[in-house]
Design a protein around this ligand. Structure first.
Ligand code: SF4
Length: 230
């Protein structure tokens, strides 16, 4: 994609949503870390439903360690892989207490050493909590970056590196949210909604959904074709 097109694409996303934010509900860095960790392979809606009950009961590393794995499980039953996530949540809380004084660490290596925390979760925390220009690549961003031509790549890491290289500085802080929301609501996995996509004329995807073509009027409203003999 030409750099001018890339810049135009981000400008459009910014104009449509000048202050994007996560759809996960949280009130502290620790709550955000827990919510992002729980969101793997499940929807933000399911996570918010679970944390709306869990956080009033326990929203700090110490309170979660005291609750324990079995105590946490009933709150996470609506979240995919809840057995493993319950274990990770308590392990993560214990490690934050023992190694980081109860505070969410601000270094990638320390974040990725926490149970259940991978590169994507660490990037989101570094971006939202610590203000770093990180663009975490999830399934939505991977799809949008490849379809549009913004940052094609075979793996999430390749896409992340391409985005890091070619995203203009002024857009880096919010690019993650814009691309994620675009993938979640417009450039959806099975059939993208190209007809209502604000990026349609900039996007390089060759298989835009048919609806992206000019709307076809119902037959009754179409002018009759003149026959040669008319
Ligand atoms: S035009 Fe279609 S394929 Fe391209 S970004 Fe928009 S929804 Fe996705």
């Amino acid at each position: 994609m030409h750099p001018a097109t890339r810049r135009a694409l981000y400008r459009r996303l910014r104009a449509a949503n000048p202050a994007p934010r996560s759809e996960l509900n949280y009130t502290s860095p620790f709550e955000l870390l827990v919510a992002v960790m729980l969101s793997a392979h499940t929807t933000d809606k399911s996570v918010n439903a679970a944390t709306s009950k869990l956080f009033p009961r326990a929203n700090s590393p110490r309170a979660l360690v005291e609750l324990g794995v079995e105590g946490v499980k009933p709150y996470l039953r609506s979240v995919g892989l809840y057995n493993a996530k319950s274990r990770n949540l308590i392990g993560l809380s214990r490690q934050i207490l023992e190694r980081h004084g109860g505070q969410v660490p601000g270094e990638r290596a320390a974040l990725e050493a926490l149970p259940g925390v991978g590169r994507k979760t660490a990037s989101i925390i570094l971006n939202i909590v610590f203000g770093e220009e990180q663009i975490a690549v999830d399934t939505h961003i991977f799809r949008v970056a490849n379809r549009t031509g913004l940052a094609p790549g075979r793996t999430p890491l390749a896409v992340e590196q391409a985005l890091a290289r070619n995203t203009p500085a002024e857009f880096k802080r919010d690019a993650h949210h814009w691309l994620l929301l675009h993938g979640r609501y417009v450039c959806t996995a099975r059939v993208p909604h190209c007809s209502r996509c604000i990026l349609a004329d900039l996007c390089e995807y060759p298989d835009k959904s048919a609806a992206a073509a000019p709307a076809r009027r119902p037959a009754a409203q179409r002018p009759r074709r003149r026959r040669a003999a008319d």
